[in-house]
Design a binder for this molecule. Structure first.
Ligand SMILES: *[C@@H]1O[C@H](CO)[C@@H](O)[C@H](O)[C@H]1NC(C)=O
Length: 367
């Protein structure tokens, strides 16, 4: 009879030779504290902790996680400075769970990049790209000082983000952190964002393409509001459907709700979008702005119906305005571009100019 410790060693050797990952509680759990160990740990471990690493300049922290893996993030994860497009972080995987431990943050060191020019000026890296599927969850994630767009949910399916904090408030002064969108969603479906705080200088959320997207409990400040921006792709892949924004707060922002379609891209549609229980304060330009005339990054005043908007239901909106040039409700629809919108319980206070509804007036609302 061999002593027990020899048997255990033998079993461990046998497991590593046979490469069985399924029953190996020893090999399957890893903690990584330096960047050069990340790639091998990500490919071999199903329970992974990454603590306080620095990602070298010009590299993407690529977390192509094993199916069903859980990743815990600890400490502060930092990134070397380089002017490039990024992203600084890419997460892929099916059925994965990514959790930030107490005190965890990704620090993008945005102030080094900010020049107030956003997409122009210095080339700035996007921060995190999420391409997960299969019921993946990201909990308690803090992003500090995004150099450029913060979170890109792109080609993702069945993914939930809970309890995020995106803080780019250091870029507020003179809008230095221009184009620091909070959550950008494109080519994705079945996405939930539940409870998040975004302090930035562009859209809090911008949906470009996707379906079945449910956003609740957001608190946004300093930016451009809860947005759809549809039509930039050439071709017909500019479709947004089944989107709900509910129980959100928008403070000190240019817009509360902003839906815009691009006249210089392709075709598509916006269908079945609901905004309900949206509380706004300190809105400087528009409480609700729906415009079908965007081209080359600005309003042209010439709406087109290449992206018709059908079913845009807005209810329970309260807003206070700031300054005196806010237009509470601005609608610019092309002929045949807007149909079946129902709006109710929309109220605003403060100084403002008169509403402007051109081309369409929603049912239940008098402009
Ligand atoms: C949108 O929701 C409707 C009603 O629930 C559903 O029938 C439809 O398939 C959904 N659209 C997409 C693209 O998932």
């Amino acid at each position: 009879m061999l002593p027990l410790n020899v048997l255990v060693t033998f079993a461990a050797i046998a497991t590593s030779i046979l490469g069985s990952p399924t029953n190996s509680s020893v090999d399957d759990s890893c903690t990584v504290t330096s960047y050069d160990k990340v790639a091998s740990a990500v490919s071999s471990c199903s329970k992974l902790t990454i603590n306080g690493i620095t990602v070298p300049a010009g590299e993407t922290l690529t977390l192509n996680l094993k199916s069903g893996a859980s990743l815990t993030l600890e400490g502060t994860i930092k990134f070397g400075y380089q002017e490039w497009k990024g992203p600084l972080i890419l997460v892929k995987g099916s059925k994965v769970t990514v959790t930030g431990a107490s005190g965890f943050k990704f620090d993008g060191d945005g102030a080094k990049y900010w020049d107030g020019k956003g997409d122009k000026g210095k080339v700035k890296p996007k921060f995190i790209r999420i391409q997960t599927t299969g019921g993946s969850v990201f909990k308690n994630i803090n992003l500090l000082n995004c150099p450029h767009q913060c979170v890109s949910i792109n080609s993702a399916d069945s993914t939930t983000l809970q309890n995020w904090d995106v803080d780019v408030s250091a870029g507020d002064k003179d809008e230095l952190g221009h184009n620091t969108d909070g959550f950008d969603i494109s080519s994705s479906k079945n996405i939930n964002i539940e409870t998040a705080t975004v302090k930035n200088q562009d859209d809090c959320v911008a949906i470009n393409q996707g379906s079945n997207i449910y956003i609740s409990g957001l608190t946004c400040s300093g930016g451009h509001g809860l947005s759809l921006s549809v039509g930039q792709n050439s071709g017909s892949d500019n479709t947004v459907s089944n989107v709900t924004f509910t129980d959100c707060t928008v403070k000190d922002s240019r817009n509360g709700i902003h839906v815009k379609t691009h006249t210089d891209g392709g075709t598509g549609y916006i269908k079945n979008v609901v905004y309900k229980n949206i509380k706004m304060s300190g809105i400087s330009r528009y409480v609700i702005n729906v415009q079908e005339d965007y081209a080359g990054g600005s309003s042209t005043g010439k709406p087109k119906n290449n992206i018709p908007i059908t079913g845009l239901d807005i209810s329970d909106v309260t807003a206070s305005t700031t300054g005196s040039s806010c237009v509470p409700v601005y609608i610019l629809c092309a002929s045949g571009g807007c149909s079946s919108w129902t709006w109710s319980k929309i109220s605003y206070s403060g100084k403002y100019k008169s509403n402007d509804c051109t081309g369409y007036t929603p049912s239940g609302f008098s402009c």
